[in-house]
Design a protein around this ligand. Structure first.
Ligand SMILES: *[C@@H]1O[C@H](CO)[C@@H](O)[C@H](O)[C@H]1NC(C)=O
Ligand SMILES: *[C@@H]1O[C@H](CO)[C@@H](O)[C@H](O)[C@H]1NC(C)=O
Ligand SMILES: *[C@@H]1O[C@H](CO)[C@@H](O)[C@H](O)[C@H]1NC(C)=O
Ligand SMILES: *[C@@H]1O[C@H](CO)[C@@H](O)[C@H](O)[C@H]1NC(C)=O
Length: 297
């Protein structure tokens, strides 16, 4: 409540500033209304461009969902909310302190059968890209953010220490998979061993297993969307294509006939063209196709 009213006053201040530029100083900056209300208002005006992926991964880590961990370095405070987001808040009492989204939970980074890091992507825009953050999970005696860096412009790296990853088997991928997906992995392993697939083919199959488990974001979501009714779409498309091709064949037949060009066909009596205005269409074809068609046929 307090946060919102402070923001309201900021707006009021802006509007006043715009309308009565000469009287700007009359309205005080909102920190007059309390330090806490100002800081509380920071998160509430951030607009995520996308929703987070579903929480997935080692079961004992899923209980981190809904929690947030803060870390302050120099003038910035970072908030990491596992399976949700990473945000950055400038610690200043200026009314327009910077606050931004550094990423929204998207997928795991997996190396060598091990969950290594959480990728938070699609954060606030940064030039022609969006900010993104890799949160590396390492063993520590309490759960806390420990480090932040920006290895590339607008790509952030956070280190999250937690006892939840200290056991040597705690971050293995295989035990987290369903039986069905474990079987698919086993089969890929066997196929690689038997040299039926290449290393590349093996990695591809493994990636599909991880995608199906929800650990990785599907690389090409478009074919997925088409999947729900593949039979109907295929049959309809097939019928339409077939009708189109039939019409095209009839047009070409009548065109050949008109010019007394003989052609071989399984059928003796070609049907009349289905097109409503065959003459016009044929004339178009004539101009476009003269010299090519007789040679080809
Ligand atoms: C970030 O995640 C936290 C915890 O789930 C949530 O309360 C907050 O609204 C999120 N912020 C944004 C900007 O998505
Ligand atoms: C992969 O992990 C296994 C243990 O799970 C380890 O023995 C092996 O050295 C690792 N390989 C690489 C390339 O990190
Ligand atoms: C956590 O580990 C640090 C050293 O890395 C140690 O100083 C500290 O006492 C430990 N805290 C707890 C609660 O065990
Ligand atoms: C096409 O052939 C028929 C006889 O088979 C002939 O009567 C007609 O004049 C010919 N038309 C053209 C355009 O050559």
């Amino acid at each position: 409540m307090e946060g919102r009213s402070a923001w309201g006053l900021q707006l009021l201040w802006l509007i006043s500033a715009g309308c009565f530029a000469g009287k700007m100083k009359i309205v005080e900056e909102p920190n007059t209304f309390g330090i806490n209300s100002h800081l509380l208002s920071q998160g509430s005006r951030l607009q995520a461009r996308t929703g987070p992926s579903a929480a997935a991964g080692p079961a004992h880590l899923l209980r981190l969902a809904g929690k947030c961990f803060s870390y302050t370095e120099s003038t910035y405070k970072y908030d990491f909310c596992p399976f949700h987001n990473v945000t950055q808040h400038e610690q200043t009492f200026r009314w327009n302190a910077y606050s931004g989204i550094l990423g929204i939970w998207e997928e795991w980074e997996i190396h060598n059968n091990t969950f290594v890091a959480m990728w938070m992507r699609e954060g606030d825009s940064c030039g022609n890209k969006n900010r993104q953050t890799k949160v590396i999970l390492t063993c520590g005696n309490t759960s806390k953010l420990a480090q932040v860096s920006e290895p590339q412009t607008c790509v952030y790296s956070l280190t999250f220490k937690t006892p939840l990853v200290c056991h040597p088997h705690s971050m293995l991928v295989y035990p987290v998979l369903s039986e069905k997906l474990q079987k698919e992995w086993d089969e890929a392993e066997q196929a690689k061993y038997d040299e039926l697939i290449t290393e590349q083919g093996y990695n591809k199959r493994l990636r599909l297993v991880f995608e199906e488990a929800g650990f990785l974001k599907p690389t090409d979501p478009k074919p997925e969307e088409k999947k729900p009714s593949p039979t109907h779409q295929t049959v309809d498309q097939c019928r339409q294509e077939s009708q189109k091709q039939q019409a095209e064949i009839e047009k070409l037949r009548s065109l050949l006939q008109r010019h007394n060009i003989s052609y071989e066909t399984g059928r003796d009596t070609p049907k009349a063209p289905e097109s409503p205005e065959p003459t016009v269409l044929q004339d178009e074809h004539l101009r476009g196709d003269t010299g090519i068609m007789p040679d080809k046929l």
